[in-house]
Design a protein around this ligand. Structure first.
Ligand code: ADP
Length: 174
């Protein structure tokens, strides 16, 4: 496992990284899963900022990312990115998932973030196959870190055993 990539099993709302990533939806108005958990734990400040962004630019497209403060969370920032809904696999889902990770990482660098935690984007309500999603997440993060000089540590925070086991074996492998 490269130095800068870590894996834990747990709740991303408890992380004290500089930024945590939210698997948001295009409306930016909150939802279920990790999105609901982040807004519940983070309080109304995060949602208010999301609403301001939505009013300014009309939400967030699939594969793109926006940044807000961390509200009541331990983290300074929340980076909201929108993963694709799995629709059989021939609707550009893999590329869109990679874009979601890449654009979140780009925003992190632009905002001087040194530690960032990701949930397993799209693998819940959006039904992206977990094994393929894990491969894309790891490959995209590794490639990004190799291409950037800035110090950035990435933690994958898996909520369920299946994702944790997949990440564990993929990170050991390479
Ligand atoms: P999506 O709509 O992108 O599929 P979900 O929130 O439904 O988003 O699921 C994404 C992943 O986040 C799933 O693997 C789910 O198990 C996980 N998850 C749900 N709650 C949390 C949490 N509190 N911390 C970390 N991961 C979570």
């Amino acid at each position: 496992m490269p130095n800068k990539i870590y894996l834990i099993k747990g709740d991303i709302t408890k992380q004290n990284a500089d930024a945590i990533v939210n698997a948001a939806n295009s409306s930016l108005l909150g939802g279920g899963g990790v999105d609901g958990a982040i807004h519940r734990a983070g309080g109304p400040e995060i949602l208010n900022e999301c609403i301001r962004i939505r009013n300014r630019q009309g939400g967030c497209k699939t594969g793109e990312a926006v940044i807000t403060g961390g509200g009541n969370l331990k983290t300074k920032y929340v980076i909201h990115t929108v993963g694709p809904v799995w629709n059989g696999g021939d609707k550009n889902e893999p590329q869109l998932l990679a874009n979601a990770y890449r654009n979140a990482l780009k925003l992190a660098i632009e905002n001087g973030i040194h530690t960032i935690s990701f949930p397993n984007i799209s693998t819940g309500i959006y039904h992206f196959p977990k094994d393929l999603a894990a491969q894309i997440a790891i490959d995209t993060v590794k490639t990004f870190l190799n291409q950037h000089e800035e110090p950035l540590s990435v933690t994958f925070v898996c909520f369920d055993d299946e994702n944790y086991a997949l990440y564990e074996s993929l990170l050991k492998e390479k």
